[in-house]
Design a binder for this molecule. Structure first.
Ligand SMILES: Cc1ncc(COP(=O)(O)O)c(C=O)c1O
Length: 349
């Protein structure tokens, strides 16, 4: 979280000034909380330039619940398969869940290349009959990011943007559903932002449990059952920070690009000492995954970096190695310190 947001959160834990109560004790039925939801929604609309027919929802269940809610809404009973791209660890999870709900087709899989690259346009053929196309914008584990919008304009695009949401401008008007849990760029775990077009929500069957039905959440204005008041409040503070301190998503993208460039330059200059996981064209601006020549050096890298105060550099257990996650709130000086450490470590070893 940005430091200015943390300072406000610290204050709010004790007392939200305009309410005189701790954020942990304010009712989700209060007018104050309704205003929090309204402003958070409005800020997200402004940041993304969201078309009017999108609903902005703050849901629970994580991105994982969306893996199922999307096909429950759009795939049950479909004779045509929905199209999915298997681009990494999170895509695989999405596909497993979608299969339970109806027919799906995997258009491309990165399994053969151990998810080290993304498909090119020539490798993808989209069907006009698919009920929708689903892909993961940024594969958090492997550090692979799509730098273009995929699919056809006449087939709904559904995108898991959990790990790059609000890190850059996005062509929201090209999508039908965008979902992103908060815990990367926009808040603490416990809330998932779901942007859903009215036409999609209207397809939700009455047979669905209310909690899994977009229409019920829209009617209840994200207050169907007790929502995570604290998490949604922090999302509001982060959107204010993006608007007022950063100056919008184009500026945020510029900062994120600079951070990523620094780290990738450190990999490229290392003459093979550091090996990036991702194909260069598909490199993520959020997660930089790489390996060292052997396990002993890798352990030394972790130990020495920890001793200097760096944390969270261990790669995901699925692929091992090192992973630097450089989400919005991580500052450029923090990245500079890491690249300096990487240069020093390489020289010493
Ligand atoms: C891209 C992506 N999708 C989905 C998930 C799963 O999210 P959740 O734990 O909120 O269900 C993650 C978790 O890190 C992720 O990075």
């Amino acid at each position: 979280m940005p430091e200015t947001v943390l300072a406000q959160v610290q204050q709010a834990i004790v007392e939200v000034p305009e309410v005189g109560l701790s954020i942990l004790g304010i009712s989700h039925r209060s007018d104050w909380f309704a205003a929090v939801v309204e402003e958070a929604e409005s800020n997200i609309r402004t940041l993304l330039g969201l078309p009017q027919d999108f609903h902005v929802l703050f849901l629970q269940g994580g991105a994982t619940q969306q893996f199922s809610m999307v096909p429950m809404t759009l795939l049950r009973g479909s004779e045509h398969p929905a199209e999915y791209i298997d681009s990494g660890y999170w895509s695989r999870k999405v596909i497993q869940e979608a299969r339970r709900e109806g027919p799906i087709k995997t258009l491309w899989s990165g399994e053969a290349c151990r998810y080290s690259r993304l498909p090119t346009d020539e490798e993808l053929t989209f069907s006009p009959d698919a009920p929708y196309l689903h892909y993961v914008a940024n594969e958090t584990v492997e550090g692979l990011q799509f730098h273009r919008v995929l699919g056809r304009d006449d087939v709904p695009r559904i995108c898991d943007m959990s790990s790059d949401f609000l890190s850059k401008p996005c062509d929201a008007d090209k999508f039908s559903v965008i979902y992103a849990h908060a815990q990367k760029n926009i808040g603490p775990a416990g809330v998932t932002v779901v942007l859903v077009r009215d036409a999609v929500a209207r397809q939700a069957s009455d047979d669905l449990p209310s909690f899994l039905n977009y229409r019920r959440h829209i009617e209840a204005r994200s207050n169907l059952n007790t929502p995570p008041v604290f998490a949604i409040y922090v999302v509001l503070l982060v959107t204010r920070w993006l608007l007022n301190d950063i100056g919008g998503l184009a500026n945020m993208a510029g900062i994120n690009r600079l951070k990523a460039q620094q780290l990738y330059a450190a990999l490229d200059e290392a003459e093979g000492f550091y090996q990036g996981w991702a194909n260069k064209a598909d490199r993520s601006n959020m997660n930089v995954a790489f390996t060292l020549p052997d396990e002993r050096l890798q352990q030394a890298f972790f130990e020495q970096s920890r001793a200097l105060g760096f944390s969270g550099l261990e790669g995901h257990r699925a692929i091992g190695g090192v992973r630097a996650s450089i989400y919005n709130a991580l500052s450029l000086p923090a990245v500079e310190q890491l690249t300096q450490f990487m240069h020093d470590f390489r020289r010493r070893h």
